[in-house]
Design a protein around this ligand. Structure first.
Ligand SMILES: NC(=O)c1ccc[n+]([C@@H]2O[C@H](COP(=O)([O-])OP(=O)(O)OC[C@H]3O[C@@H](n4cnc5c(N)ncnc54)[C@H](OP(=O)(O)O)[C@@H]3O)[C@@H](O)[C@H]2O)c1
Length: 296
């Protein structure tokens, strides 16, 4: 960028030129304006998704069967969620864009080589390399499937979410993340909270994954220990804490919109999981809450 003019050979201008060629009216707006609009749209869509998922639980995992609405002649249940693919493959396909696309957008930014943005890049990749490539391999879900519609919707969200967060971190923050940010209490507390959430999330996922022995891919048991002493979905609680830490450390609209969207997605599912456990196991611990220890 020279004298405010975008030179076509500068990789950082590619996204701005793309805007102008796709939607001419956007040329009146700065990229920061567009970024803000997208963040607000994500939050509005999150609220709409919350209303929807309070009624219809996303059909994967334990809720895959419960959304079936017809039975074939030989008694096999059939879903109305369209084509399906193997569960593990679905997780890789829907989560990998968060790692790969984030990196591609991140590296276009002017501040991509600065210390604080690099730390944010590291946090993001810690979560998403695990979620996309390690977590699916650890699950014991052979033979299970996931609707392609769920995978598609997740990909769309992950692309948009990666764009706004990566673009903010490496470009649109306009130098806010200088070396002083390393000592900012929001940054220090946010990083700490992020890792606390990540530990709770990964440990809780491990507890339920380890409940199954080989050949028990379709069985469910009551998880015990760790944060399961307090809530039915501590992995979701950990995930929310993680992105709460991200929002605090980055102090950004994209961080807040991601946190809100995650909450609108995971809280209804946690409610469904809690109800499902209580209906499925007569001896389910009565003192265990849904997602917030001692409260909800
Ligand atoms: N950021 C977001 O918006 C978002 C959205 C969704 C998920 N996530 C994260 O992705 C991870 C997985 O989510 P999820 O909804 O699949 O979690 P989940 O329902 O707790 O399942 C996690 C794994 O454990 C198995 N499992 C769960 N409960 C079990 C039990 N009682 N007995 C035996 N096995 C059990 C599941 O098998 P089955 O698949 O066979 O049920 C699955 O392989 C979580 O860490 C979550 O935070 C994030």
């Amino acid at each position: 960028m020279k004298d405010g003019t975008c030179q076509s050979y500068e990789s950082n201008c590619v996204i701005q030129q793309l805007y102008k060629s796709i939607v001419p009216t956007v040329s009146e707006m700065t990229e920061l304006d567009v970024y803000s609009y997208i963040c607000w749209v994500v939050m509005v869509v999150g609220v709409l998704a919350f209303a929807t998922t309070m009624i219809v639980t996303a059909p994967y995992g334990r809720h895959y069967q419960s959304n079936n609405n017809s039975v074939t002649k030989d008694g096999e249940r059939r879903t109305n969620w369209g084509p399906k693919i193997p569960n593990r493959l679905g997780w890789v396909i829907m989560e990998a864009p968060s790692s790969i696309f984030f990196w591609h957008i991140y590296r276009l930014g002017r501040f991509a080589d600065n210390t604080v943005p690099l730390i944010f890049l590291g946090l993001w990749q810690c979560h998403y390399i695990h979620r996309s490539f390690l977590y699916p391999l650890r699950t014991k879900t052979s033979g299970k499937q996931i609707p392609m519609l769920v995978v598609f919707l997740a990909i769309v969200f992950n692309l948009v979410n990666s764009y706004i967060n990566a673009r903010w971190i490496s470009e649109l923050q306009s130098g806010r993340y200088d070396h002083d940010w390393l000592l900012n209490p929001r940054f220090i507390a946010g990083i700490f909270i992020f890792f606390v959430g990540m530990i709770i999330n990964i440990h809780s996922d491990s507890v339920v994954i380890n409940l199954r022995r080989p050949g028990e891919e379709k069985q469910y048991k009551i998880p015990l220990g760790g944060a399961y002493r307090f809530v039915s979905s501590p992995n979701y609680l950990g995930e929310l804490i993680e992105w709460g830490g991200w929002a605090l450390a980055t102090w950004s609209l994209s961080g807040v919109s991601f946190l809100l969207f995650t909450a609108t997605n995971l809280v209804p599912r946690a409610i469904s999981n809690h109800r499902w456990y209580r209906e499925s196991f007569k001896d389910y611990p009565s003192e265990r809450k849904c997602i917030i220890p001692y409260i909800f």
